[in-house]
Design a protein around this ligand. Structure first.
Ligand SMILES: Nc1ncnc2c1ncn2[C@@H]1O[C@H](COP(=O)(O)OP(=O)(O)OP(=O)(O)O)[C@@H](O)[C@H]1O
Ligand SMILES: [Mg+2]
Length: 259
């Protein structure tokens, strides 16, 4: 059940039980020419297993930075970050990289595919690094799930924006991550293509029960998540219930994506 939490002191606790993400009083300060910048200023938040959280807020409020912290790509200056039971402060850079491969999927606005690798290789290589027994077979299967079975040997430069984002999505979910992080994944796509990517993301999230944190400037899209977390000036300004999204595919088939 969703509870509206837009009160003066929003509750950081998730609505779906077990927390996959647990942030406590996370601060991040980075140096700049004009002096230190306090980018994150005391963020506490839980994200429950299988929950979808929409992360919104004005430009510069710290959304992308918070996602980088969740991915272990940026280290907090103070406070604690736990993801899937791991305490990030206890992992070194190598440990964080390994953890990411096994537990985190990320989709960026600008796709971030490796241009010299085919679609198949872009999805297979991280699986290979993570020790998957059949990285290329699994990669082909995942690309099939996003409708790209006919584009396996294409390079990113030979794919449309929507197709590139579908490769990125296949790559992000191929390792069955505990959490899928997305930073404005439709920001570089036209409306229709963006809508298709979102349908695909929510479909994967629902079918696999993947926990999801989605940064978006689209209020409707944020509202389609289970909760909407609003940042302002590096702090959580409010946490509100979303609607959770019901997709037509929910009604069509109970079939698992992972065959
Ligand atoms: N490496 C850095 N060094 C100093 N300041 C930084 C650094 N990275 C980000 N910032 C600052 O931190 C603040 C938050 O940036 P962030 O990219 O997280 O914002 P955002 O909420 O994602 O914004 P947008 O909606 O525009 O993408 C901004 O004011 C930015 O200028
Ligand atoms: Mg951003």
């Amino acid at each position: 059940m969703n509870v509206d939490q837009t009160s003066a002191s929003p509750s950081p606790v998730s609505t779906t039980g077990d927390a996959v993400v647990q942030l406590r009083d996370v601060h991040l300060t980075l140096p700049s020419d004009a002096g230190d910048v306090n980018i994150l200023r005391g963020i506490s938040l839980d994200v429950g297993k299988g929950e979808a959280v929409g992360l919104v807020g004005p430009s510069g409020s710290g959304k992308s930075t918070l996602l980088m912290v969740l991915a272990g790509l940026e280290r907090q200056s103070s406070g604690s970050v736990h993801l899937a039971g791991a305490d990030f402060s206890k992992l070194n850079e190598d440990g964080l990289a390994k953890f990411r491969l096994a537990h985190v999927g990320i989709v960026f606005q600008s796709f971030h595919l490796i241009p010299t690798m085919t679609a198949l290789e872009n999805v297979a290589v991280p699986l290979e690094l993570a020790g998957h027994p059949d990285p290329f077979g699994k990669a082909a299967e995942e690309l099939g799930h996003v409708g790209l079975e006919h584009r396996l040997s294409h390079y990113p430069g030979q794919l449309s924006g929507g197709e590139q984002q579908r490769v990125a999505l296949a790559r992000a979910v191929a390792g069955d991550p505990d959490i899928l992080l997305a930073d404005e994944p439709t920001g570089n796509l036209d409306g229709t293509t963006g809508e298709q990517i979102i349908e695909l993301m929510f479909d994967l999230h629902k079918r696999r029960g993947t926990t999801m944190v989605l940064i978006t400037h689209d209020a409707d899209l944020a509202q389609a998540c289970d909760r909407v977390v609003r940042l302002r000036d590096g702090q959580v300004e409010s946490i509100a219930a979303g609607t959770g999204r019901v997709l037509p595919s929910d009604e069509l088939t109970g079939e698992e994506v992972t065959g």
